[in-house]
Ligand binder design. Structure first.
Ligand code: FES
Length: 371
């Protein structure tokens, strides 16, 4: 190494020629003046074989103890806040209360951890010797002699067991063990029967077929909860949203399947101002003056997409915030859902809103399409 290079590697001071030299990695930071401890404490760290200066150690001890006391006080305040104060006045319910609780609980916990970490750091830096500790690491590989002994033992054992001499036993043993490796595949059956094509249609299909067999245009929509058939005039205010089902679900579906079928068929009816509604190509006559029906089952993982924002005409799923544009074929405008909410074709018959067919694609999570 040249003299010039030696000089650079061994110093952190500015060069004689006025040019600043870079700090060598591993040397102390020049920002010593901003530390919590006195300059003399820092400039004389305990080194190999050095005794700690007692006065300096006492000062550091007091600083560390102060940090630990701060950590203790913050922890106690955290518990007191959680048990006492936040338990009253309605607890943490409501957005404002939750925000306030998060601020105080998070702040106190952060203060406690920070004070603890600062105390421990100063303790280690100032009160422990920096004596290097060396731990011998043994070689992982066994020596020649051990490996030879193992090989000899293994071959002797194999010979004694007859594994090499008796191929019939060896092969039948392998044969016996092979199916055990496949046993976990059998457990897959416990996941239940395959859905086959059952997820491709809903009870709307049967209800429409039954109504059309009676010479009607389609099946009436009834309000979920009251089972009251819905007239166009009952739902004439733009901005409204209501949950509907096909009429007669209780009579036409076996009792043990009512819940399942209802969950699949549940539909939201929305009245969008007609001038804001953009019917999709091929679906121009699926709405009634802006009254449109979409599946309520979110296409992400199937939560009810039950929130409707009147001003933006967005349908929101509260589970993972998927957002669908009700004016534009319920296309996804935000969130993890991969496809629009399926749309139910509507028409008017004797003043009532009717569905003229089932959904044209599977409802619910997209992977069901592959069922
Ligand atoms: S289930 Fe609707 S966003 Fe996840």
């Amino acid at each position: 190494m040249s003299d010039e290079n030696k000089d650079t590697a061994g110093s952190t001071e500015p060069g004689e020629g006025g040019g600043a030299r870079g700090r060598v990695i591993g040397t102390p930071s020049p920002a010593r003046d901003r530390t919590l401890l006195a300059q003399d404490d820092i400039s004389a760290p305990a080194g190999v074989g050095e005794e700690l200066d007692e006065a300096s150690a006492k000062r550091a001890e007091r600083v560390v103890a102060t940090f630990f006391l701060v950590a203790f006080a913050a922890s106690v305040a955290f518990i007191a806040y959680y048990i006492g104060w936040s338990g009253r006045n309605g607890g943490m319910h409501g957005v404002t209360r939750a925000r306030e609780s998060n601020f105080w609980l998070g702040g106190l916990m952060a203060l406690s951890f920070l004070a603890l970490a600062a105390g421990v750091t100063i303790w280690v830096r100032r009160l422990m010797t920096s004596k290097p500790i060396v731990q011998e690491r043994h070689s992982l590989a066994a020596d020649e002699e051990t490996r030879a002994a193992f090989t000899k033992d293994f071959l002797e054992g194999a010979g004694d067991s007859g594994l090499t001499k008796r191929p019939l036993l060896r092969r039948t043993l392998l044969l016996a063990a092979a199916p055990l490796g496949l046993a976990p595949l059998v457990l897959l059956r416990d996941l239940g029967p395959l859905p086959e094509k059952k997820l491709r249609s809903t009870i709307w299909a049967d209800a429409v077929k039954k109504a059309q067999a009676q010479g009607k245009k389609g099946v009436r929509l009834v309000v979920d909860g009251t089972d009251k058939p819905l007239r166009v005039s009952d739902f004439s205010s733009p901005g409204g949203m209501i949950t509907v089902l096909p009429e007669g679900i209780e009579e036409d579906v076996p009792e043990d399947q009512v819940l399942t079928q209802t969950a699949k068929a549940v539909t939201i009816l929305i009245n969008i101002p007609e001038d804001e509604f953009k019917p999709a190509k091929g679906r121009e006559n699926w709405h009634i003056n802006g009254i449109v029906a979409y599946s309520k089952v979110c296409t992400h993982v199937g939560c009810p997409a039950a929130l409707y924002e009147q001003t933006t005409h967005h349908i929101l799923c509260p589970c993972h915030q998927s957002t669908f544009d009700a004016t534009d074929a319920a296309k996804v405008v935000f969130g993890p859902a991969a496809r629009p909410l399926p749309q139910l074709p509507l028409a008017v018959e004797d003043g009532y809103i009717v569905a003229t067919s089932d959904y044209h694609e599977p409802i619910g999570p997209s992977f069901w399409e592959r069922g």
